[in-house]
Write a protein that binds this ligand. Structure first.
Ligand SMILES: Nc1ncnc2c1ncn2[C@@H]1O[C@H](COP(=O)(O)OP(=O)(O)O)[C@@H](O)[C@H]1O
Ligand SMILES: [Mg+2]
Length: 295
């Protein structure tokens, strides 16, 4: 990947908390423009700590470690010497608990707050708010008080309040944890729409079926280091490696591998491969509904 395509550069980063816990033990990574990255790994492996380095919420604690952002206008900024609100134009961050970042009495005010602070004019603001509400499937709810939204809708509102800032990279910490499958899918679809506009998305997730389906790249963490990094197909085929992290590849992939059908990641892939293996003369079954129980 050439330098122009890189948006975040993580160089030899270590992070030790004040308690002495060494959460990152030396991470080197580059995130490219337009990637949809999923960071996976067991609890405590350093995923959140790493993600908070992407926009300067945390900074490397070792003098040799550096995080650099390449901005749209061609500058390179080191998060260590730059104020948070300057970094936020490049990388937006959605906390694991969306209620931590919802403060206003209507969805509209919630979305208007950030862009207005950076000087958006009223016309642009109104357009961006309605486009973003639609992107996350909350159109028509502009005047609703967020307390009347479901948990999943509040998660989408929190995501929207970051996306509306127009940042190049959106980092979302565990967007689907505690959500049912239908809501998880709406959340991921919102992010996929945003990604389709050419933006970069980074999620932290424990839902391997969704990771396999939506991400273009998977980074597995273990004990503060990157254990493996590649396409979903590359990472999920390393079953022995993933065992060290307690991560099981998507069930559809495991089942298909047992049946001698490599390269399967999703239920839809599995259905296609299995019907081809069974003769391939049938047009194949109808696609499975997406609220299936396979994960
Ligand atoms: N604010 C904090 N203060 C002290 N230790 C922390 C803090 N946040 C995380 N840690 C520790 O750092 C390590 C990595 O945590 P974290 O980055 O939250 O992992 P993950 O997101 O993968 O669950 C864990 O050992 C955790 O206990
Ligand atoms: Mg975490």
């Amino acid at each position: 990947m050439n330098h122009l395509d890189t948006v975040i550069e993580i160089d030899g980063v270590e992070h030790t908390y004040g308690t002495g816990a060494k959460a990152l033990a030396g991470v080197d990574l580059t995130i490219g423009r337009g990637e949809f990255v999923a960071i996976i790994g067991r609890n405590g492996s350093g995923k959140t700590t790493l993600a908070k380095h992407f926009n300067g919420l945390l900074r490397p604690t070792n003098p040799g470690g550096a995080v650099r952002l390449h901005t749209r206008d061609g500058r390179t900024v080191d998060t260590r010497g730059t104020r948070l609100h300057h970094l936020a134009a490049t990388v937006g961050y959605v906390f694991q608990n969306p209620d931590r970042q919802i403060f206003h009495d209507t969805c509209r005010e919630e979305l208007e707050y950030g862009p207005r602070n950076i000087g958006a004019d009223p016309e642009t603001l109104a357009r961006e708010v309605s486009e973003t509400m639609e992107l996350v499937g909350l159109e028509g709810r502009e005047d609703t008080n967020p307390i009347h939204l479901s948990r999943g809708e509040r998660q989408r509102l929190a995501i929207a309040s970051t996306l509306v800032m127009g940042c190049d990279v959106a980092v979302i910490d565990e967007p689907t944890t505690g959500q049912d499958r239908a809501e998880s899918r709406k959340i991921l679809d919102s992010l996929a729409h945003h990604h389709a506009l050419g933006r970069t998305v980074v999620i932290i997730s424990h839902d391997m079926a969704l990771v396999a389906e939506y991400a273009t790249r998977v980074i597995a963490m273990r004990q503060g280091r990157v254990l493996t990094d590649g396409t979903p197909a590359e990472v999920f085929s390393q079953r022995e490696v993933l065992q060290e992290t307690n991560i099981r590849p998507p069930q559809a992939a495991v089942l298909a591998a047992e049946l001698g059908l490599p390269g399967v990641l999703t239920v839809d892939d599995a259905v296609r491969e299995m019907s081809a293996a069974l003769g391939g003369t049938r047009s194949g079954p109808a696609p499975l509904p997406h609220d299936d129980k396979v994960s």
